[in-house]
Design a protein around this ligand. Structure first.
Ligand code: NAD
Length: 515
């Protein structure tokens, strides 16, 4: 019988080892068994947790493929939200997102709807028991989880051009940077590295970097070192010398990419767990997918979900159970009892399936690893424990509103006639109101008028920058509306506008390449 149906953690009779510091009432937990290998690895995980004496009152929910197939494009039933609101903690197995058909990613929906702003992925080497080229790797990626290009705001403007908005907010940057530093402090970590591409994206990634520096300045007194790397070289260094890194904090998209790199080079994507942390809701899941190619074959490695469950136990205040499970798992790996995905180190003594692996971990309850670093409560006696993730609420510093002045407008134009920027400029200037002047035209961000280069490749999408004739005076909304009315009257096909503001006198917009 599947474990969830049998309610393996009855609130009335939790297993309660004598003298256990976690001897508390059962903690309500929402569990989603997922798709593909999900049910197998969830059953294995819950069996191990039960044997270790976890006190959990489980509420099963259904999410994923079956829900999508019932025509619910979000992949989650309304009743499941009620459970999440009640328990505020979700242990989730991977799900399958059907291709096409307008289905939305359930993971992105859960992260955003529940405000799970921090994605925490510890990636540790299990050398020499799991093959890896990186013997001492022990890095935690803290990925911003809600913003960036994942806002999902995309548009097609012209025949040739589509766009995706990259949204970065100051509170979003501050929350994730504070979380990363608090995580480092409470987990005894020494360095936090920020990775962005602020040499190119000066406003968006520049804000992330600036806020990181501001928050970092508060943590020097805790002896935490900080640095910043451009994401491209940072990712290359992480792949080559991961032991140089400790905690890495980075915007959403970069974090998505480097956390898979980090998990893969630590040994296997089947090993790593992750936590998605919000102000008062948390979701724990393996980093891998539903592996439909091996579903039902009893060969999947349950370790990723098990390590997520260990993080979950620490999060809900059962650190001693978490340590017991973690140490039994390390001891199993050391004994060479391996699922087939991690065979290859020469240390395998027995290749087992999902169920037998869970049995092996269960049999080792109370064992500790002899070579790998065991999970221990931290010596400061505080919230500290390896991978302690309960660090919320995180306060965001209130800031005064800036003095904002409208100084111009970028009008994006669909123009295909001759792809001659000078002809377009002539057309634009024909009836221009006196309040604004045409400052420049760019194509894919490169200035093509005035004084463009004939070599520059041009598409059918032109950004036409109009600025106030009197910069001190600025313009108002009426001037923008007046400009657009004139452009419409002269047959200009404008497809989008962006206002140009200064904030406390500083431009809130980027210059064109070559401007
Ligand atoms: P995947 O991670 O499911 O599988 C990639 C490869 O790794 C496969 O060969 C698989 O057999 C293997 N693998 C994965 N987990 C394993 C484990 N625990 N033990 C042994 N081998 C394992 O990635 P995919 O094939 O790209 O995606 C399959 C489905 O999973 C897709 O529908 C995708 O949308 C979904 N997905 C879900 C999540 C999630 O729910 N968090 C994350 C990623 C992908």
């Amino acid at each position: 019988m599947p474990l969830l149906e049998s309610h393996p953690f009855p609130g009335a009779s939790p297993v309660s080892p004598v003298g256990d510091p976690d001897a508390v009432a059962p903690v309500p937990l929402t569990v989603a068994r997922g798709d593909g290998i999900g049910p197998e690895i969830m059953d294995a995980t819950l069996r191990i947790l039960r044997a270790a004496g976890a006190r959990l009152a489980i509420e099963p929910i259904e999410v994923g493929e079956k829900v999508y197939r019932r025509g619910i494009t979000s992949g989650i039933e309304p009743s499941a939200w009620e459970s999440l609101r009640r328990t505020r903690v979700l242990l989730k197995a991977p799900i399958t997102t059907p291709q096409g058909g307008g289905y939305k990613s359930l993971n992105v929906t859960l992260r955003k709807a529940l405000g799970l702003f921090a994605n925490v992925r510890p990636c540790r080497s299990l050398h020499p028991f799991v093959a890896t080229r990186h013997e001492r790797m022990d890095v935690v990626i803290v990925r911003e989880n809600e913003e960036d290009t994942y806002a999902g705001i995309e548009h097609r403007h012209t025949d040739e051009v589509v766009q995706c908005l990259k949204l970065i907010t100051r509170p979003g940057c501050e929350r994730i940077c504070r979380y990363a530093f608090e995580y480092a402090r409470r987990n005894g970590r020494r360095r936090v590295t920020c990775m962005t591409k602020d040499n190119i994206m000066k406003l968006t990634d520049g804000l992330f970097h600036r806020v990181f520096d501001e928050v970092a300045s508060e943590y020097g007194r805790f002896g935490i070192e900080t640095d910043h790397m451009i994401i491209d070289i940072g990712a290359a260094r992480l792949a080559d010398e991961p032991d140089r890194f400790d905690v890495i904090v980075t915007p959403n998209l970069y974090g998505d990419i480097i956390s898979d790199i980090a998990a893969e080079i630590s040994g296997s994507v089947g090993l790593a767990g992750s936590a998605n942390i919000g102000q008062d809701v948390a979701m724990f899941e393996a980093i891998h997918g539903s592996a439909p190619d091996i579903a039902g074959a009893d060969i999947a490695n349950p370790s990723g979900l098990l390590m997520s469950a260990v993080m979950m136990l620490r999060h809900v205040g059962q650190p001693a159970v978490a340590d017991r499970v973690h140490n039994a798992w390390l001891a199993t790996i050391e004994d060479g009892v391996h699922t087939r995905d991690i065979v290859g180190s020469g240390r395998t003594t027995k290749v087992v399936g999902t169920r037998a692996f869970a049995d092996a971990v269960t049999d080792r309850q109370g064992n500790r690893p002899k070579h790998l670093r065991s999970a221990e409560p931290m010596s400061d006696g505080g919230a500290g424990n390896p991978d302690a993730t309960r660090i919320t609420p995180i306060a965001v510093t209130p800031r005064p509103r800036a003095r904002k002045q409208l100084v111009g407008v970028d009008v994006f134009v669909h123009h295909d006639a001759d792809r001659d920027p000078a002809a377009l400029a002539d057309q634009l200037c024909r009836l221009l109101p006196g309040t604004v002047q045409l400052k420049m035209i760019t194509n894919r961000g490169v200035k093509v008028w005035p004084e463009g280069l004939p070599e520059t490749f041009c598409t059918d999408h032109w950004r036409c920058r109009f600025t106030a004739t009197d910069p001190k005076q600025g313009i108002d909304h009426d001037a923008v509306v007046g400009l657009l009315a004139v452009l419409a009257a002269t047959g200009v096909d404008f497809v989008k506008t962006e206002h140009l503001y200064t904030f406390d006198g500083q431009p809130g917009y980027s210059m064109g390449q070559g401007e």
